[in-house]
Design a protein around this ligand. Structure first.
Ligand code: NAD
Ligand code: LMR
Length: 330
């Protein structure tokens, strides 16, 4: 007997990430090859025509797992009974901007959508914020959802640091000449911004310590961290547009592992802090997580050594500043 379809809301569905994302969700890459899905697609009124075109293409794929879809410009309709919500719709930055420059403009989107999630979504809805600055936008959505009805627990509001995690793996793979598939237990701490701290001290490759294989702290500080931290800007510079396919891929990875499990490996997720590692409770921060039975758990007890402390402090300070900047909205 086939499974009951799960409802997946996607915002910004007519945008460039949406175009790289929806077809993969509908083909079962996110929730499993035996899991039917209903897509609930949200975009602005002026994007509805383009969204109709995307839906025509989804139809034309004849995906066996696509059990239905709707398009709407009303967040209350898009999030109705949603089991998963991917909040992509927001303005991307252009050349010369930082992601936090988008905060004022994009923050309002997440107050409205947070409230709509709080009032309409399934009580165990899993939410991933992709729209930048994603950590603080997830924080805004979490707070406004709680105010608006509190159907969905705060811990279900997460932000996307998986792209940073994947970028770090790819750089490390090139450095030590081992395949990405050989790596385990990588992590990225903090904000999805150049202050993020991609930390391979605990990572292994086929069981060997990655830190020992790299054995080059200067490369870490001067090449690896800046390359991973500024990769988004480098893509914008090269493409004239921000990353889309790799962002959609990371969103799929994040949701798939959360729903189906990370098989004991660590995955980086931006999640509301539970006070671990001295990060203030509620701040949405990149942590190493293990996913099992549809829940994530922050990996505890890792040492933050003298090299790492200033990096963690810097990304934390930036997130606290962003939080202060949106206090009046909440
Ligand atoms: P895009 O401009 O191609 O598409 C954005 C879509 O969102 C558009 O269709 C737009 O109409 C829609 N939209 C805008 N406001 C909306 C609202 N209030 N409700 C619903 N839809 C709305 O942009 P994109 O390239 O798809 O990027 C989307 C966001 O994702 C940007 O903020 C970008 O910076 C961010 N991003 C994050 C990561 C990450 O790793 N966290 C990676 C890549 C991009
Ligand atoms: C990325 O990391 O590629 C995205 O956050 C887009 C951006 O603005 O850098």
């Amino acid at each position: 007997m086939s499974k009951t379809p799960l409802r997946v809301a996607v915002t910004g569905a007519a945008g460039q990430i949406g175009y790289a994302l929806l077809f993969r969700i509908a083909s079962g890459e996110m929730l499993g090859k035996d899991q039917p899905v209903i897509l609930q697609l949200l975009d602005l009124p002026q994007a509805q025509k383009a969204l109709t075109g995307v839906m025509m293409e989804l139809d034309d794929c004849a995906f066996p797992l696509l059990a239905g879809m709707i398009a709407t410009d009303d967040p209350n309709v898009a999030f109705k009974d949603a089991d998963f919500a991917l909040l992509v719709g927001a303005r991307p930055r252009g050349p010369g901007m930082e992601r936090k420059d988008l905060l004022t403009e994009n923050a309002k989107i997440f107050t409205v959508q947070g409230a709509a999630i709080g009032q309409n979504a399934s009580p165990n809805c899993k939410i991933l914020v992709v729209g930048n600055p994603c950590n603080t936008n997830a924080y805004i959505a979490m707070k406004t959802a709680a105010k608006a009805g509190g159907r969905v627990p705060a811990k279900n509001f997460t932000a996307m640091l998986r792209l940073d995690h994947n970028r770090a793996l790819s750089q490390l793979s090139a450095k030590i000449g081992r395949p990405v598939s050989s790596f385990k237990t990588m992590t990225v701490w903090g904000n999805h911004s150049p202050t993020m701290y991609a930390d391979y001290r605990f990572a292994t490759s086929n069981g060997d310590s990655v830190a020992k294989l790299v054995n080059d702290q200067e490369w870490n500080a001067k090449t690896f961290l800046p390359t991973v931290g500024k990769r988004g800007a480098a893509i914008i510079e090269a493409r004239g547009l921000s990353s889309a396919a790799s962002a959609a891929n990371a969103a799929i990875d994040h949701m798939r592992d959360w729903h189906l499990g990370s098989n004991g490996d660590w995955v980086t997720m931006g999640v509301p802090s539970d006070g671990s590692y001295g990060i203030p409770e509620g701040l949405v921060f990149g942590f190493p997580c293990i996913c099992e039975n549809g829940e994530y758990t922050i990996v505890k007890g890792l040492e933050i050594d003298e090299f790492s402390k200033p990096y963690v402090a810097k990304t934390l300070a930036e997130l606290e500043e962003e939080r202060a900047g949106v206090a009046d909205l909440l």
